[in-house]
Design a protein around this ligand. Structure first.
Ligand SMILES: NC(=O)C1=CN([C@@H]2O[C@H](COP(=O)(O)OP(=O)(O)OC[C@H]3O[C@@H](n4cnc5c(N)ncnc54)[C@H](OP(=O)(O)O)[C@@H]3O)[C@@H](O)[C@H]2O)C=CC1
Ligand SMILES: O=C1O[C@H](COP(=O)(O)O)[C@@H](O)[C@H](O)[C@H]1O
Length: 599
């Protein structure tokens, strides 16, 4: 038994087709470049072998009976049972497999990925997960051998599942070639198993079916928990005991909500860890998979002009804004137990804040990035009641149409005080951000649909042109806007001379509008995240300590709001939300940047 040391990815997780390299006996000059087209490299017996795998690279290594290692880049995974041993090592495969490997005939050694969507009959599965899997298939991003299983209690045949799924599959606008054919091929790989979420027997039946499809290959298994949170643990327990992979990795994607406060979240983490190692848990926050959220680090850390300005010295405030122009229609039952602070702020907006405000990570490795996020979250002050304003939408009639109020939803108690809107001011008590208000605003049933980050810069000291701005100096400061959705864009508001003989200044935008700059359609967040989970890339998933730090910031204020039964300010459906948000901002010398139309 020889140990494979991975210098880059710990457990050597893989996917894609970039280069990797391999060194023998630590020799600097003995790195062998590996690429998907390279032949197998055979390493001498008893050599200490280091495999280095870049993100998105498939690394395949086989230990031969005489102790030598054959390696090349192609899909393979570390062998991760549900509770995986800490050291990654390879067991000696049969001599036939070794011969095949060296003789380039490695088919039976190629791993397979089985993706089980638990809760396949539900809204998220239909709306997001199956379409994302199809998009990955269409783009040839899924491994060659894969099977998708839908699992839920509803009785359905494979054909019925396919019919259900086919109704939500679409092809990208820019890629329609062979779309129908690809859809059919994809649907043929989708199967269904009906079972209870707490039945080990039902999961064992699933296991049997998965094995048939895996046909003796190294089997990697991904379970996507697309079910209500109260059944997460049952499903994980059963999947773990009866359907985890014996010879490959097993990973579980867990959907939010991850608890309701620090206590319940810690209990959920503890329960999950009874059955899974931390590195098998992929807590999804789909905002981390959004293109512009991923771009935040690129913008800051690869552009000299932004990084030096990212501090209290130059930034007056940062605003994280989420608004939806529809209410909780259809999800009122879920929403009433959570409210907007838990639904949007504690996760999506806080994650964006952490990525925006973190220090430069040591590298782009998942753990380095997550370490920095944890550091910044731990430097934050828990949110205070006086720094929060809450609201709830009420019915409103406009143009002869009556829009329902939040409590008109039959699944919501008539006397519910659950906020559907909140504004909050948060602070990071570290050297970089001391005193800079980070304002969050999130609401449902507002006048617009939008998610954006607004960075307002300080005034130019001794500005020669002050008198050209009149008294409203705030309006003359620079503002960087990162519009996450819709119409992804990054623009910088600058002051500019209006062309002509006079000296008149106006505010103009240096504008990067994605639709104009890039012809490629932007992938859905779920595509990126599913692909990462398959590849074992954890960068965009939430680690348990990160989650704990996030809950610590919001739990005290949530408790206070609920214990004191604070009544939300009512705002009409389709409005800009309660005025309380403006008072809150004003107390911190901030004016919300989304009050004027920029474009
Ligand atoms: N929908 C969305 O837009 C989003 C959802 N999420 C999260 O994703 C997960 C799935 O969401 P969504 O698809 O909307 O959920 P659903 O309410 O649609 O539930 C998914 C499936 O779970 C089963 N189920 C529902 N309620 C119960 C219950 N009480 N006991 C046992 N099984 C039940 C049903 O399948 P069957 O009866 O066939 O077993 C249902 O089809 C949730 O955790 C949700 O919070 C996160 C972000 C957005
Ligand atoms: O997680 C959630 O996100 C959606 C908004 O997601 P988006 O990608 O459409 O912006 C929100 O509607 C939902 O309430 C929340 O649970």
């Amino acid at each position: 038994m020889a140990t494979l040391y991975s210098t880059h990815c710990g457990s050597c997780s893989v996917g894609g087709s970039y280069s990797s390299s391999l060194s023998i006996n630590g020799g600097q000059n003995q790195w062998l470049a590996l690429s998907s087209s390279s032949p197998w490299r055979v390493v001498p017996s008893k050599a200490k072998v280091v495999l280095q795998s870049r993100r998105n690279s498939h690394l395949n290594a086989v230990l031969m009976q005489d102790g030598a290692v054959a390696a090349r880049v192609t899909p393979i995974e570390n062998e991760t049972p549900m509770k995986k041993p800490k050291a990654a090592s390879l067991s000696v495969p049969s001599s036939q497999e070794c011969k095949d490997a060296v003789g380039f005939n490695i088919n039976e050694n190629e791993p397979t990925v089985s993706i089980t969507v638990v809760g396949a009959s539900g809204d998220l599965a239909k709306k997001k997960i199956f379409p994302a899997l199809f998009a990955l298939y269409y783009e040839d991003c899924l491994p060659k051998h894969f099977t998708i299983y839908g699992y839920a209690r509803s009785k359905m045949t494979d054909m019925e599942l396919r019919n259900m799924v086919s109704r939500t599959l679409t092809c990208r606008i820019d890629k329609r070639e062979n779309c129908d054919e690809k859809m059919e091929q994809f649907l043929r790989r989708c199967l269904y198993h009906s079972g209870q979420y707490d039945s080990e027997e039902n999961f064992a039946q699933l296991d049997k079916k998965l094995k048939e499809h895996e046909a003796g290959r190294v089997s990697n298994r991904l379970f996507y928990l697309s079910i209500p949170p109260n059944i997460f643990i049952d499903a994980v327990r059963c999947a773990s005991s009866s359907a985890s992979s014996a010879h490959g990795w097993t990973r579980v994607i867990v959907e939010k909500p991850f608890g309701q406060d620090s206590e319940s979240s810690a209990a959920l983490t503890k329960a999950l860890k009874q059955y899974l190692e931390e590195d098998q848990i992929f807590r999804i926050d789909h905002y981390l998979g959004k293109e512009l959220v991923e771009n935040l680090s690129v913008l800051r850390f690869s552009n000299l002009i932004f990084e030096p300005l990212s501090s209290r010295q130059y930034i007056r405030n940062v605003q994280l804004i989420f608004s939806e122009d529809f209410g909780t229609e259809g999800r009122g039952g879920y929403f009433d137990n959570y409210g907007i602070i838990r639904d949007i702020m504690q996760n999506h907006l806080l994650q964006i804040l952490a990525l925006f405000a973190m220090e430069t990570p040591v590298s782009l490795d998942a753990e380095d990035i997550r370490n920095e996020k944890v550091k910044v979250l731990r430097s934050m002050r828990p949110l205070q009641l006086e720094d929060v304003a809450i609201g709830q939408y009420k019915s409103h009639t406009k143009g002869g149409v009556t829009y329902p109020g939040y409590t008109d939803d039959k699944t919501v108690p008539k006397d519910s005080l659950t906020p559907t809107f909140a504004a909050a001011a948060l602070f990071i008590d570290n050297a970089r951000w001391d005193g800079v208000p980070f304002l969050m605003k999130a609401g449902k049933a507002l006048h617009t649909n939008r998610a954006e980050i607004r960075v307002q810069f300080r005034h130019v000291p001794g500005n020669l042109y002050n008198r050209n701005f009149g008294t409203d100096l705030d309006r003359a400061t620079n503002e960087l806007v990162i519009r996450v959705q819709p119409d992804e864009a990054i623009y910088l508001k600058i002051n500019n001379k209006v062309p002509g003989l006079g000296m008149r200044l106006d505010r103009s935008n240096l504008n990067l509008l994605y639709a104009a700059r890039y012809s490629k359609e932007i992938p859905d967040a779920y595509e990126r995240l599913l692909l990462d989970a398959i590849e074992g890339e954890r960068r965009l998933f939430i680690r348990s300590d990160e989650l704990g730090a996030a809950w610590s910031l919001f739990t005290p204020v949530l408790k206070e709001l609920e214990e004191k039964k604070i009544v939300p300010e009512y705002y009409p459906y389709g409005s800009r939300g309660p005025v309380g948000a403006h008072y809150l901002a004003a107390r911190h010398n901030v004016r919300w940047g989304d009050l004027t139309v920029d474009q």
